[in-house]
Design a protein around this ligand. Structure first.
Ligand code: SF4
Length: 236
């Protein structure tokens, strides 16, 4: 088992169109009002100044799989219906957690407290897009290190989705990685704080199943209505 590694990222570029898409806004028939464009651009810049993407990840050997279980060496057993199918033949998995920090959450709260709910909504959605895009960049970077060694990787999976119900494995992953090293803590009901945080698992190996380009979104009940998926982001 390797040591956990910490990697800091930079705020990703997000377009106005991506920000509108994340809000579920459809401006294909009529253009948004100029004041709405200006407000979104201002809050996008504000979000960029407030976020600090940081990831912690660690490789763990896969010891075997059960019907719903993935057994790991010196790490908690993970339990989700899709795990054996995607990760059962992996040699190792990467346990991965990422956050963009809590400063943006606090600023969103400030806007709410001042009654500026539109600003709060836009800033929160800007944080969500930046979180998803930063996660994609960092995952791609990590995948690249394995491709360079002629190893394949699976698509990432995250607990709390319809294919991996419950949040118990969020606790397993965050506790194992010592999420506090990058500022992630857990509530009693296993929600991550800061709110813009993710926990995921990705398989590594030379004999992985071929899912023909599918991602975990293809197994998620929200795939038909998810605004993040429309962004082309699959690291929610
Ligand atoms: S469809 Fe949306 S909620 Fe579901 S896994 Fe994909 S990005 Fe996440």
């Amino acid at each position: 088992m390797t040591e956990a590694r910490v990697l800091e990222g930079i705020a990703p570029e997000v377009t106005l169109q991506e920000l509108f898409a994340s809000q579920g806004a459809d401006y294909s028939r009529r253009a948004p009002r100029q004041e709405m464009v200006d407000l979104n651009l201002r809050l996008l810049e504000e979000a960029k100044e407030l976020i600090r993407p940081v990831v912690i990840w660690q490789e763990v050997k896969v010891m075997g799989a059960g019907e719903r279980e993935l057994y790991l060496e010196n790490a908690p057993t993970l339990k989700g219906q899709l795990l054996p199918k995607v990760l059962g033949s992996a040699d190792r998995v990467i346990l991965f957690a990422m956050t963009i920090g809590d400063v943006i959450d606090q600023r969103v709260k400030n806007y709410i407290n001042k009654g500026q709910t539109l600003e709060a909504f836009i800033l929160d959605s800007a944080g969500s897009v930046m979180m998803a895009k930063a996660a994609t960049t960092m995952m791609t970077e990590i995948e690249g290190t394995y491709k360079a060694k002629n190893l394949s990787t699976t698509f990432p999976l995250g607990p709390g989705h319809s294919y991996w119900k419950g949040l118990e494995d969020v606790r397993s992953i965050i506790s194992f990685l010592k999420g506090e090293r990058i500022g992630i803590s857990l509530t009693a009901s296993n929600l991550m704080l800061p709110k813009k945080s993710i926990a995921m698992v990705m398989g590594i190996g030379s004999n992985l199943p071929d899912f023909g380009g599918k991602t975990h979104c293809d197994f998620c009940h929200l795939k038909g209505s998810c605004t993040m998926r429309n962004l082309g982001s699959d690291n929610c």
